[in-house]
Design a protein around this ligand. Sequence first.
Ligand code: FRU
Length: 484
Amino acid sequence: MDKPSPLSRAREYERAHTADDPSERPLFHLTPPVGWMNDPNGFCRYQGEYHLFYQYHPYSTQWGPMHWGHAVSGDLLCWRDLPCALAPDTAADAGGCFSGSALPLADGRLMLAYTGVAGEPPRQAQCLAFGDGVDFEKYPGNPVLPPEQLPPDCRSADFRDPKLWQGTDGTLFMAVGDRHRADSGTVLLLSSRDGLQWDFRGALDSGRALLGQMWECPDFFALDGRQVLLVSPQEMQGGGDFHPGHHALALLGRYDEAACRFTREAALPLDWGLDFYAPQTVLAPDGRRILIAWMENWGYCQQTPRRHSWYGQMTLPRELRLADGRLLQQPVAELARYWQGTVRREADLTPAPLRLPGVSGRTLDLTLLLTPGEGRPRFTLRLAADEAHETLVLYDFARQELVFDRSACGSRQDLAHIRRVPAAPRAGSLRLRLILDRESAELFIGEGETVLSCRIDTPQRAGDITFAADGPLHIAAQAHPLGI
Ligand code: FRU
């Protein structure tokens, strides 16, 4: 009998090993059917549904030879698994099918652009596959963009994550991350008439050695009168608004498409949390720009405990807006469809931890408005708590600083557990929106100008939520338990 191809082997494996205990999975955060997941890939709208592919190693809960996993959704929240889309099975990608993007074509096909890794030492090159939304055929002429075509000051070992889009006159564009020889992240821009022959148009932007050593996973789109370049830098040096290590940045600026020139005006962290990387976006039919990211951290994800037959999850999809130079993020509006009711509570807090009736659990959409009386109190929110576990959100009205602290969430490892972020009240009050979905907490501060995404390794039975303050503080809470 013929040996099964790597793709049919992966599909067979996921059929046989998908152990679906729904109570062990987040409700809305996409997880792989089995095995390991990292970056979102090919996030697109195709034939009336959202398609999300992702970096995938079905055979273990560790990173390994990269496949593309695949899921679809009508509303960005409930996902249906589709069979593995790509496996490393050609000379151009024998070492892995790395991250990339998708573009629906006028002839009805879906085109995938991904990075093929091959050779020793491994080299990276851009490849294509075409399909009907389930089955994809790799272009026989892969790679369409071999590293020989790279400008001399770029590196073929770090040339990856193609982002495709169509320009106003139908020209195809591709942005690809690279490590400049001066150890500086850069995004290269290419253009093509047919998708098969590509011409370099220069660097879209580069970190000039200040913003990380390699820029991974670019995305590039217009938003509210500006242009946004998303990049995920490796090895950032901490300082100011940036923590050290892998980061995800929004570079805001203006774009002259005819001249292929992006002029950066600002560089902002996209997420201040512990677990957020490699975001991608899609344009919804109603014009909303929706972002999703891998809710993990390369700094430690290979060492964290494995509790399930799968590992890795995406963030909640978020709507992006730009207002007064601020990038605002909110969970997609579709989340309201899964509210199982509304609980409204008000209280004056004291140092003794207070429970609000109906405000508890690990699947919750909770909005708080904190209004201090005389003085500048410190506020403490304890979540996912029981006698042995807690995660804390602390806000100090004097320092105007929020601290997220999961040191006691249940982790037994010496990892980063704390993040501090500046956050100012508006019109005297601080607004917080917290989304809990079993193994994660995502916190949207103010109008969403600051967001923290964090995984919490806490048993599901720890579902207490309490509120306290060391001075006069009024709290108005609106809670929606979430369910399907
Ligand atoms: C980012 C990344 C990408 C690469 C992929 C490999 O997390 O390193 O640059 O394509 O993961 O899985």
